[in-house]
Design a protein around this ligand. Structure first.
Ligand SMILES: [Zn+2]
Length: 447
């Protein structure tokens, strides 16, 4: 079936002034100014109210944290005290049913903001939640979203001098066996894949060195990506110097992690030579502007990293450090926080839109999504400019970022509509709000 998405207000692609044609899940043709389609279309979608951009790609999140938003014991804290407050609460209360609702809620929020492909850094595995990755695969499939199942891990806990309670970590052998199981079952390396898998020790300091090294071996064997948190706070540098006698990047290098298979969450506190080193090895950075502001973590050196060779993608980060999962809102935050570091001409709305699409795709190792061009997957986000906040806007693409687009009117994944008139087709939003809200109540019981 050929669908002509006809005459949009604007498209974030050169030569698509009159829209684009989608067939069998792919973009097959861009229709330029004064042109018409080369072959007859089976359907025409009148996009006269829409600004069309590539489906947004989220490179970092922790879905389970939606259950502890604005938690009274965690608000107004920086990272380490924030984690110390929340770990015991998560350890006591995250159940498979709650985790499923948290996953569904975060995916739905992301989708409604215009996101078509997500990765969730899931590192919490208390007893009973051994099927976490399977639950996430089912929920992504239900919503029709692409997902990189990011199998996290922690094997150092309080008994080893770490922050997490003993009850939410697993031993090395259990982790590696499950990583292998999840890879074998879900990792699809083919073009157009709906599910892929990445391996993701929570942070180099919450797992053993052997697990870091063995994760690389497994990733190379299965051809998958590697992910972890790095450079989020200054505390982390001090912790690393005290415990390992080196800075985090040096430790990462010792573990064999400096390579283009890796993308790091945050990547803030790096020295000049470390920026160059990351760039040389093409290590990707999941820039999480909203979270970085929320936890007062600092400002990522995005432009230096990008100039050095690192892909920059965007992530909303966990819902307890960014209390919503709206990726389009984080695009705006990316522009604003980077304007505190760089001048206005150096960082534009086009840069942040490029990060959330092409840059994010590079971070998760995909070249079939992230741009609107013939041959690419038909993953698209459509925004109207009907709200008061857009009235009077000149440049429609700039308006999305500067006026603050936050809700997609339509979303397409692999050529299929997944959101229409602002509503996801596969989820009853009111019911989900009720069920998730009820599940989250128990996380307040111990306050
Ligand atoms: Zn995170």
């Amino acid at each position: 079936m050929r669908l002509w998405i006809k005459d949009p207000i604007a498209v974030l692609a050169p030569g698509a002034e009159r829209g684009l044609v989608v067939e069998d899940g792919r973009i097959v043709e861009l229709v330029g100014k004064g042109q018409t389609i080369s072959q007859k279309a089976d359907h025409i979608f009148d996009a006269g109210r829409h600004v069309v951009v590539p489906g947004l790609i989220n490179t970092h999140h922790h879905f389970f944290q939606t259950l502890t938003r604005a938690h009274p014991q965690a608000i107004n804290k920086e990272l380490f005290p924030w984690l110390r407050a929340l770990y015991p609460i998560w350890a006591r209360h995250v159940t498979p049913d709650g985790f499923r609702l948290a996953t569904r809620l975060a995916l739905t929020e992301l989708l409604m903001s215009g996101c078509t492909c997500v990765s969730d850094h899931q590192y919490l595995f208390p007893a009973g939640l051994e099927d976490a990755m399977d639950i996430q695969a089912e929920e992504a499939e239900r919503l029709g979203m692409r997902m990189t199942l990011t199998r996290g891990s922690m094997n150092l806990s309080e008994k080893d001098g770490g922050l997490p309670p003993d009850s939410i970590v697993q031993d090395e052998d259990t982790i590696l066996a499950d990583c292998e199981r999840v890879l074998a079952r879900y990792h699809d390396a083919d073009e157009g894949a709906m599910l892929q898998v990445a391996l993701a020790p929570c942070a180099p300091f919450t797992v053993s060195k052997r697990l870091m090294v063995d994760s690389v071996d497994l990733a190379e064997r299965f051809g998958c990506r590697l992910h972890t948190h790095l450079g989020e706070t200054r505390d982390e540098n001090e912790y690393c110097l005290a415990h390992y006698g080196c800075r985090p990047i040096d430790y990462l290098e010792e573990c064999g992690w400096l390579m283009d298979r890796v993308w790091l969450a945050h990547g803030i506190h790096f020295e000049d030579d470390e920026v160059q080193k990351l760039g040389r090895h093409k290590v990707g950075i999941a820039h999480c502007p909203t979270s970085n502001m929320g936890l007062a973590s600092g400002q990522c050196r995005t432009l230096e990293l990008e100039a050095a060779g690192s892909p920059i993608g965007l992530g909303v980060d966990g819902s307890a450090s960014n209390d919503n999962s709206n990726l389009m809102e984080s695009v705006r935050h990316a522009l604003l926080i980077n304007r505190l570091t760089y001048d206005a001409a150096s960082i534009t709305h086009l840069d942040v839109l490029r990060w959330v699409s092409q840059g994010s795709a590079r971070c998760i190792g995909r070249d079939d999504i992230g741009t609107i061009a013939p041959g690419k997957q038909a993953d698209l986000a459509f925004y109207t400019l009907d709200e008061l906040r857009f009235s009077g806007a000149g440049d429609p693409i700039a308006a999305l970022v500067l006026c603050g687009a936050h809700a997609a009117d339509r979303v397409m994944v692999k050529g299929e509509w997944r959101v229409e008139d602002g509503q996801p087709l596969a989820v009853d939003v009111a019911r989900l709000r009720h069920e998730h809200g009820a599940a989250a109540k128990r996380f307040l019981e111990s306050v």
